[in-house]
Design a protein around this ligand. Structure first.
Ligand code: ADP
Length: 225
């Protein structure tokens, strides 16, 4: 299954993507995480990405599409994958359609996470990531770690993303409205989009997503219902 998760920054795409991918047994591919890995490793691609991410701007398409193209050639994607943060504009959506058509595949479903902008700013201001694994995401109020500034999962140090400061968040929201929202329209025209409210508890949003995809709900212990 080729599943896309779209939504503004702070909608909880990363949080939901990790859980959904585990439930569906497909890899979670986040362009944001791939860029952060490059930035941490100080690669040339990372340096280029950093100049854009820190300003709240999109990384240029040729770089982003190249990164995704390479990632989708790895064998773990053969049975499907969940894309989080890609495509983020119409050029990327067309590139993805072409990449998939080449392997006689297509996008199967798109989940569009919706959330009011005032909630986005509150969520993002408290978000903390683990330095060792960017999939370990916390929030100082909504899902605080047991020990301050320390990841519950692996003991890594928690930090605030440079692009999570308020001014940059406002810029990212503007870019979302102008560049990414049309991507939803592109897939709506193909009847692939389900819009989900991203408000409320992580578990509630996950259940809405699973129901939208035709799966049963998951109870808090994590077994299928
Ligand atoms: P969020 O969805 O919370 O904004 P991400 O981790 O998905 O955060 O992305 C962080 C940043 O990485 C984006 O603001 C952008 O600069 C860059 N980025 C991620 N995905 C893409 C993409 N598909 N195209 C261009 N830039 C991207």
């Amino acid at each position: 299954m080729c599943l896309l998760l779209i939504g503004p920054p702070g909608a909880g795409k990363g949080t939901q993507a990790v859980r959904l991918a585990a439930h569906l047994s497909i890899p979670h591919i986040s362009t944001g995480d791939l860029f952060r890995e490059h930035i941490d490793q100080g690669t040339e691609l990372g340096q280029n990405a950093h100049t854009h991410t820190r300003a709240g701007l999109l990384v240029p398409d040729e770089v982003t599409i190249g990164v995704i193209k390479e990632r989708l050639t790895r064998p773990d994607t053969e049975r499907g994958f969940l894309l989080d943060g890609f495509p983020r504009n119409l050029a990327q959506a067309h590139a993805l359609d072409d990449i998939l058509a080449y392997s006689e595949s297509r996008v199967d479903a798109v989940l569009d996470l919706e959330i009011p902008e005032d909630q986005v700013v509150r969520r993002i201001a408290g978000r903390r990531l683990c330095r060792r694994n960017h999939e370990h995401i916390f929030h100082v109020d909504y899902s605080p770690p047991e020990v301050d500034e320390t990841c519950d999962v692996c003991g890594g140090e928690l930090y605030q993303r440079e692009d999570d400061r308020e001014r940059t968040v406002r810029k990212r929201l503007e870019v979302y409205r102008t560049e990414t929202a049309p991507v939803v329209g592109h897939y709506q025209a193909q009847g692939l989009v389900t819009t989900i409210s991203a408000c409320g508890q992580v578990q509630d949003v996950l259940n809405r997503s699973l129901v939208a995809l035709g799966y049963g709900q998951v109870d808090v212990a994590g077994t299928s219902g």
